[in-house]
Write a protein that binds this ligand. Structure first.
Ligand code: MN
Length: 518
């Protein structure tokens, strides 16, 4: 694919023909070809040159399997040494769900500040749904290797085998790097911490609190090195949500979480109880898409500070929600929400489909059209045939039915061809199946299903649930020595005890819309 060796545009007579050795749309940059060269990736101290990595992945480049294995193994061993409940300090940028939106993650890092100069905490859900999940993992892990003491990642509900297999990440790994890399990523996920306390004041998790967690010590006691179970404290930290009527209902503590099909929904009173008991100001969590990228819940009457804040950092989630992304900056006791808009990204066919599979409906439409034409001819010729009247009628009837059927088929393929992208988006929402009857209902019905935030959210609702066919409650069967050592050590050691140093004064919230960028 070298552009240098291209010859002059060949001509036929006077007419110019397209030269396929040249770039047709030369404003689109060339993708990065081949694995990233080692000297571009590693510096002399064998640390990743993270800006090179960021650019290389941005240009759709890949790493060599060996380099990627090294990144994954080194990151896993760092995670293994971290406690289940991290202690992080401001100035810090806290981020919600990323969901494989690499081009938005690059934007997030611009908005949130240079990781060499500020601390970071990501609240999980790095993978699935978006088509650039492995790129997100690679970039975040490179930062982790570079800044292990200031750049932090905790586990979201998507960081597990069960969901990555049900959604897109496993297939993405298979297509881009192979199954062994997928397994190594899963082992790194098994080692991720589950929660963090920022400045001794804010509890940060992916989902929320749990009826089986009453103190911060009980988070530290969780043996986390495993595929997450379907219930219990570890599950709740990653899956729980605030109840729907959080701001008005002061009675409810915990109810079964219907929307997720597992874990709990927690009410204002449960949160206040937990915060007061543990001398905390606020619960910061992610896990739910927000139109503005964040949501502040009912304030604590004691300090007028929101009891819960949701952060969501995947703008225009699934290319359909039209939402903003947001991160939280916390510095010198001032909280500042920074919103950002979605960025354009390269196009992948759904489920990383190849172009031949994708174009099959075009071929089918044409074949159906040809069949239809032939059958019509047969039908016309039939009129002149000298057969008995009854036989004639029966044959006609049979042929008419075939014509009708093929005609219906042709119409369906027609809709498929013309509305293929909208349909692909819908299939992405509904586990690869097109809702029954939608193809025959035509274009308008299809576009009705892809609309604004509320409509997209409603269409996507079933994907918020924990997928059925639960995996057996299993301990990580890691081959990684670091992971095994960490598991053994945690089994044998008694939990650490936290010393909290509350800052005394109540932090301020600074509303900031000027930092919104396009
Ligand atoms: Mn989530």
């Amino acid at each position: 694919m070298s552009e240098e060796g291209a010859t002059a545009t060949p001509t036929v007579g006077e007419e110019e023909v397209v030269d396929y050795t040249k770039r047709i749309v030369d404003s689109v940059p060339y993708p990065a070809v081949g694995p990233m060269p080692a000297d571009l990736l590693w510096d002399e101290n064998k640390k990743p040159r993270v800006n090179n990595v960021k650019d290389w992945l941005f240009r759709e480049g890949r790493l060599s399997i060996a380099d990627l294995e090294e990144i994954l193994e080194r990151t896993t061993s760092i995670f293994c040494k971290e406690p289940t409940l991290l202690q992080v300090q401001s100035p810090i940028t806290i981020c919600g769900d990323v969901h494989g939106q690499y081009y938005d993650l690059v934007k997030l890092l611009e908005v949130g500040g240079e990781p060499s100069e500020t601390n970071y905490l990501f609240l999980g859900d790095y993978v699935d749904r978006g088509m650039f999940s492995i790129e997100c993992v690679i970039l975040l892990y490179c930062y982790k290797i570079l800044y292990p003491e200031t750049f932090f990642l905790i586990r979201g509900n998507h960081e597990c085998r069960h969901l990555t297999e049900y959604f897109t990440f496993k297939e993405e790994c298979r297509v881009k790097y192979g199954d062994e890399i997928y397994e190594l990523v899963m082992e790194s996920f098994d080692a991720l911490p589950l929660a963090a306390v920022m400045n001794g004041q804010f509890l940060c998790v992916h989902g929320g609190i749990s009826p089986s967690i009453t103190s911060l010590d009980s988070i530290m006691e969780i043996d986390r090195f495993m595929e997450p179970p379907q219930s219990g404290p570890m599950c709740d930290l990653m899956w729980a949500d605030p109840i729907e009527d959080f701001d008005n209902d002061e009675e409810t503590t915990f109810t079964f979480n219907e929307a997720r099909g597992c874990s709990y929904s927690y009410g204002f009173s449960a949160v206040c109880d937990f915060l007061n008991r543990n001398n905390l100001t606020c619960l910061i969590r992610a896990h739910e898409a927000q139109d503005l990228g964040y949501k502040m819940y009912k304030r604590n009457p004691k300090n007028k500070f929101p009891t819960v804040i949701t952060l969501f950092s995947a703008p225009n989630y699934l290319d359909a929600y039209g939402n903003k992304g947001a991160v939280m900056r916390y510095s010198k006791n001032v909280m500042n929400i920074r919103q950002f808009q979605w960025q354009p990204h390269p196009y992948w066919l759904p489920n990383f489909m190849d172009v031949l599979t994708w174009s099959a409906p075009f071929v089918a439409e044409k074949v159906a059209e040809i069949l239809l034409a032939i059958l019509k001819i047969c039908d016309d010729e039939d009129k002149s045939a000298e057969e008995k009247e009854a036989e004639k009628l029966a044959r006609r009837q049979a042929i008419r039915q075939k014509v009708l059927l093929v005609g219906k088929l042709a119409r369906m393929y027609g809709v498929l061809v013309h509305e293929r992208e909208a349909i692909m988006q819908l299939k992405g929402f509904s586990d690869g199946h097109i809702p029954r009857g939608l193809l025959q209902a035509g274009s308008e019905a299809i576009h009705e299903c892809i609309g604004n935030f509320q409509k997209a959210k409603a269409a996507d609702r079933q994907n918020e649930k924990r997928p059925a066919a639960p995996v057996p409650f299993k301990r990580s069967t890691s081959s990684s020595a670091a992971l095994q050592a960490a598991m053994l050590q945690r089994q044998n050691s008694s939990p650490h005890h936290l010393v909290l140093t509350p800052l005394g004064s109540t932090p301020l919230i600074e509303e900031d819309s000027s930092s919104s960028s396009s």
